[in-house]
Design a protein around this ligand. Structure first.
Ligand SMILES: Cc1cc2nc3c(=O)[nH]c(=O)nc-3n(C[C@H](O)[C@H](O)[C@H](O)COP(=O)(O)OP(=O)(O)OC[C@H]3O[C@@H](n4cnc5c(N)ncnc54)[C@H](O)[C@@H]3O)c2cc1C
Length: 413
């Protein structure tokens, strides 16, 4: 009988893994399951909300992906638990056995402990297509004019774009003093803030929500700020803070901290059980989830591969035509590091270099041909000789031409 490879989760990590497993193993049975009805890109959800794309158009795989790769995909199938002893997953309607298992269940949003937020009927997250559908329905039902968003990270800004596309006014509260605080510095944040404000958004930076007002239908109609001001709203969206989706594994005995504990090969504490993507808590971004999925897949198939991006955060965004790439912690306070900044009308760049090694880079504007930066940062390549000849931002892929392992990064954005 063919071995059974099971993947729980059909998002970035799960799909990347399935594709890789099929590449290595032509004859194993691959079974995927997901709560999702469509395999969709979370990064595109705002396009659904804004009416630009249908649910089908959020897919990031070819329509015949599952058929072509001979993968059985159980849509709308929720895994409820893991039985390590008997090598099976508990489902709503029975058990699914596995020989090799990959857990790729992503993350879930959290609701901050603000009065009424966790009990009111009109507080939403923005994580899955089902969330986007709920928000869409709420906009229509309420003929919504004004929405309060908690958090100005990628998710908060994405949902703001989707709502503003529909003429809904948004107020975005951010505890940090700038928008997208993890990926930007003050200059890059300001450029994004101005673009959003030009579209009608209002930001409350360094300000939190402290209370809320509910009507007799248990709906929040106003959010009280830490300044005392009350902002009226039709509903609230929480986009501050996600956590690995591990609740369903709590009785499994699997080693977990914030997320599922994995080693460099994406192995968990249980035999033949691997984990990849947001569920590991190692990263919260798409390209890292895919990389983890591919690494896990290789090891599941007996091809040794290591995930080495653990500490190299990479993020790309594009709001109102302004693209940005951030690799590493651009706000890191590194003693003795040199900070390089270059600003022109259309582009802003910042790099942190310590002892000839690039630690972080931010490019806002044209981010094409920048794949090599990830390689240099991840591999702590010493560029001190190059820096004697040229500006850090003039370093290109060509300076390392011939390095085989760099080639894959050239177009890797
Ligand atoms: C609105 C939004 C915008 C984003 N924008 C960006 C961006 O611009 N750039 C970027 O790099 N990253 C972005 N991200 C983050 C990125 O989407 C995630 O890092 C990525 O999707 C993680 O991939 P994953 O495979 O770990 O999880 P996911 O892609 O979330 O997939 C999880 C899968 O698990 C399934 N699942 C969950 N629980 C169960 C269960 N109990 N049983 C069965 N199936 C289950 C789900 O149905 C889903 O198929 C964004 C995220 C959001 C929400």
């Amino acid at each position: 009988m063919a071995e059974i490879y099971v993947i729980v989760g059909a998002g970035a990590a799960g799909i990347a893994a399935a594709e890789r497993i099929r590449l290595y193993k032509k004859d194993v049975t691959i079974i995927m399951m997901s709560i999702d009805e469509y395999s969709h890109s979370r990064c595109m959800l705002h396009k659904y909300l804004g009416g630009e794309r249908t649910a089908e158009e959020l897919s990031f795989v070819e329509p015949d992906f599952f058929e072509k790769n001979n993968i059985f995909w159980g849509k709308e199938q929720k895994a409820l638990g893991l039985d390590i002893q008997n090598r099976q997953i508990r489902m709503e309607n029975g058990y699914q056995p596995y020989d090799k298992l990959l857990i790729a269940t992503g993350s879930v949003f959290g609701i901050p402990p603000i009065n009424n937020f966790r009990t009111a009927s009109n507080v939403y997250g923005f994580r899955d297509l089902s969330d986007a559908r709920k928000i869409d329905a709420a906009v229509k039902a309420k003929n919504a004019k004004h929405v309060f968003i908690v958090g100005s990270g990628l998710v908060g800004l994405d949902v703001a774009v989707g709502l503003m596309e529909r003429g809904v006014k948004v107020t975005i509260a951010e505890m940090a003093p700038r928008v997208m605080p993890l990926q930007t510095d003050d200059t890059a944040a300001k450029a994004y803030q101005e673009r959003f404000e030009a579209e009608g958004a209002r930001f409350l930076l360094g300000i939190g929500a402290s209370d809320s007002i509910v009507n007799d239908q248990n709906e929040i109609t106003g959010v009280v700020l830490s300044t005392g001001e009350t902002i009226e709203c039709d509903f609230v969206i929480c986009a501050a803070g996600v956590r690995p989706n591990i609740e369903w594994l709590k009785d499994s005995g699997l080693a977990m901290e914030r997320g599922i504990t994995v080693d460099g090969y994406m192995r968990t504490s249980a035999p033949d059980v691997y984990a990849a993507g947001d569920v590991t808590g190692l990263s919260g971004v798409w390209p890292n989830a895919m990389d983890m999925g591919r690494v896990a897949a290789a090891n599941m198939c007996g091809v040794e591969a290591e995930y080495t991006d653990r500490y190299c955060m990479k993020n790309t965004s594009n709001f109102y035509g302004l693209q940005m790439l951030t690799i590493g912690d651009i706000n890191a306070q590194i003693e003795g590091a040199d900070i390089y900044v270059k600003e022109s009308r259309n582009c802003y760049k910042k790099a942190i270099v310590k002892d000839g090694v690039l630690k972080a880079i931010l490019i806002q504007g044209d981010i094409s041909h920048t794949g090599h930066w990830q390689y240099l940062i991840k591999n702590s390549v010493d560029v001190s000789e190059l820096l004697k000849q040229k500006d850090v931002f003039d370093i290109t892929y060509g300076d390392f031409y011939g390095m085989d392992d760099l080639a894959e990064y050239q177009y890797a954005l």
